[in-house]
Design a protein around this ligand. Structure first.
Ligand SMILES: *[C@@H]1O[C@H](CO)[C@@H](O)[C@H](O)[C@H]1NC(C)=O
Ligand SMILES: *[C@@H]1O[C@H](CO)[C@@H](O)[C@H](O)[C@H]1NC(C)=O
Ligand SMILES: *[C@@H]1O[C@H](CO)[C@@H](O)[C@H](O)[C@H]1NC(C)=O
Ligand SMILES: *[C@@H]1O[C@H](CO)[C@@H](O)[C@H](O)[C@H]1NC(C)=O
Ligand SMILES: *[C@@H]1O[C@H](CO)[C@@H](O)[C@H](O)[C@H]1NC(C)=O
Ligand SMILES: *[C@@H]1O[C@H](CO)[C@@H](O)[C@H](O)[C@H]1NC(C)=O
Ligand SMILES: *[C@@H]1O[C@H](CO)[C@@H](O)[C@H](O)[C@H]1NC(C)=O
Length: 531
């Protein structure tokens, strides 16, 4: 396939920089992550019948993932984040089965539901052979046992490995106060159907054990990074030592949309990075009757509150939140959301199924088996993701400063947000909008280039020239996002090998009208119509 040439070249350059050592924060910033829930990605036998109860095991395996890595790599991703790998609770509970991997019972055994040790090692070695990084999700807040909903939970601690005694845990209380950190860090989360026995991570034996465990896990399987589940629910002081023991970059889950609550983890040196929940909320609202000005404001707040927004994981969907299309399934809106997270500051993180425009609601309905899409590589969001990852990978290859250069806001209004990222020559200028596929045709003039730069809009391969002030005229239509780079930046990439000159893309061009005249014409009709 055309673009895969550049994808491979870029990742080779990136990977050779870090050969032989665990991946660090700088290396991770250049990556683009595809998030996999193993039970729902692919089965070993490749079967695609969609009949599966989403609260039970659906049969996905590490081998299934290995067999389908092309699907991910052809989209331009350079890293994987996978669901937890250790042995989990067996059997049915009132809140489903442990198909997601978050219900640890034995930290020292791999989850045989997903395959053998050999299968997992084969997966890691194939991921590395493709110069991709592997991030593994780890659970440190609790161990889990089935619960009959009679409090306090009756736990047989001897069943856990290694925390086989009550002394390693907080005594039971229910998390009820979400603004009281003692409460949400020391009490037990969601006691219903399963008991999430809360580890006393503030004690030395527990912290030391988890530290040596993660160090071994990373070393045994050559893991390149970790996601720390429920990082907000363990005590603060535990986190830096745990991350240091791992020896790799970590994204810690801190579920809050409040800048001061999230950014203190980074400014206080507790975590190097977090999934970017700050922008997640206003990004979603902007496409659901909100305004893009609110997203622009949150970007400024995040940039001033956090040390480094380029180390945050930029996302629109994950396995815990209703799908974007659950609220509004307009495809143009989804394209704008996807464009934003792939080109935003930070590490793009796309959750499996987002590229197939899945529509699932809250857990477990947001965990649809990916095989129901038949791994369609022609779906609009798959194609968009593939193009934009390759454009980003190319910008990184052209300039090592691309990822560390924070974006500049060129223009924001209620319907638009236009950003420029990267130094001259490798910059990407993009505009997202919330007009939807019903959007009108109009022109906007946006900066970010130098006088007379020849530029190309990478989603349509239409060329244009920057005016005397470095502005480019964008012909907006049907709510599509716009992404421009210098034409020369695409040389040798295989992207946009055929281009044509840009002009108004609606019926107007056929009539020989300019965009501005169209607006006038429509207003004219409206006057007649409503008169
Ligand atoms: C990360 O690793 C790369 C390659 O080994 C090295 O050049 C760079 O200095 C490291 N950066 C940090 C922040 O440790
Ligand atoms: C725990 O607290 C939540 C409210 O925060 C409540 O809905 C739930 O019923 C409580 N569960 C138990 C087992 O007490
Ligand atoms: C916070 O939660 C803890 C544990 O539940 C409780 O003991 C304490 O009283 C709470 N603090 C406040 C200020 O409510
Ligand atoms: C790592 O491998 C060693 C040697 O096989 C084993 O004893 C240890 O339990 C493993 N640790 C983990 C966390 O898997
Ligand atoms: C973040 O900023 C704080 C406060 O300026 C500083 O103490 C800390 O070292 C910085 N952390 C990192 C990882 O840069
Ligand atoms: C786009 O933004 C405008 C202005 O804030 C808002 O009225 C409109 O509902 C938004 N569109 C969508 C699809 O949410
Ligand atoms: C150039 O683009 C900027 C936004 O990037 C806009 O504010 C300005 O008005 C534009 N200039 C012209 C001459 O259109």
């Amino acid at each position: 396939m055309r673009g895969s040439v550049i994808g491979t070249a870029v990742v080779t350059a990136l990977a050779s920089a870090g050969l032989g050592s665990a991946a660090n924060i700088t290396e991770w910033k250049s990556r683009s992550i595809y998030q996999v829930m193993i039970d729902r990605f692919a089965r070993t036998d490749g079967s695609t019948d969609a009949t599966c109860d989403v609260s039970r095991f659906c049969g996905g395996t590490w081998k299934g993932l290995l067999n389908n890595l092309d699907y991910i790599q052809d989209m331009g991703f350079t890293a994987l984040q996978i669901s937890p790998i250790v042995k989990n609770l067996e059997g049915h509970t009132a809140v489903g089965d442990a198909y997601h991997g978050y219900w640890s019972v034995d930290n020292y055994a791999l989850n045989d539901r997903f395959g053998t040790k050999q299968d997992f090692e084969d997966l890691v070695s194939e991921v590395h052979k493709r110069d991709m990084f592997l991030m593994v999700d780890v659970v440190v807040n609790n161990m889990v046992q089935a619960f009959d909903n009679v409090v306090p939970p009756k736990i047989d601690y001897s069943k856990f490995n290694p925390f086989d005694d009550k002394k390693f845990f907080h005594s039971y209380c229910n998390v009820t106060e979400w603004k009281n950190s003692t409460n949400y860090q020391n009490c037990w989360l969601y006691p219903y159907g399963v008991a999430l026995a809360d580890l006393a991570t503030e004690t030395k034996p527990v912290a030391d054990e988890l530290g040596s465990w993660v160090k071994e896990l990373v070393a045994n399987y050559s893991i390149d990074g970790i996601r720390i589940d429920a990082a907000k629910h363990v005590n603060d002081a535990f986190l830096p030592g745990f991350v240091e023991s791992s020896g790799v970059f970590a994204l810690g889950e801190v579920l809050t949309g409040v800048p001061e609550d999230m950014c203190r983890y980074q400014t206080g040196g507790l975590l190097p990075g977090m999934p970017n929940y700050l922008e997640y909320y206003p990004l979603n609202e902007a496409f659901n009757d909100g305004s893009l000005v609110d997203l622009a404001e949150m970007r400024n707040n995040a940039a001033s509150s956090c040390n480094d927004t380029t180390a945050l994981g930029s996302f629109l969907e994950n396995h815990d939140m209703p799908r974007f299309a659950n609220r509004n399934d307009d495809i143009a809106l989804a394209k704008n959301g996807m464009t934003y997270i792939l080109l935003n500051d930070g590490i793009p993180t796309v959750y499996q199924g987002q590229e197939q425009h899945f529509k699932g609601n809250s857990t477990p309905f947001n965990r649809e088996p990916l095989w129901s899409s038949k791994y369609d590589k022609e779906s609009p969001l798959y194609v968009l993701t593939s193009t934009l990852n390759k454009v980003r990978n190319n910008a990184i290859k052209l300039s090592p400063d691309y990822v560390s250069t924070p974006s500049e806001t060129l223009w924001a209004d209620v319907n638009h947000l236009c950003l420029r990222k990267g130094p001259d020559g490798s910059q990407i200028v993009f505009c997202i909008n919330n007009k939807s596929s019903q959007g009108d045709s109009y022109e906007v003039s946006v900066g970010g280039f130098q006088k007379n730069d020849k530029v190309v809009e990478v989603l349509t391969c239409k060329t244009n020239m920057a005016d005397i002030s470095g502005n480019v005229t964008m012909y907006m239509n049907k709510g599509e996002p716009k992404v421009y780079v210098p034409l020369a930046a695409l040389d040798g990439t295989g992207l946009c090998e055929k281009t044509e000159e840009d002009r108004p893309s609606n019926g107007a061009s056929a009539l020989g009208l300019t965009g501005r005249m169209v607006v006038t014409a429509i207003i004219g009709w409206a006057v007649v119509f409503f008169a």
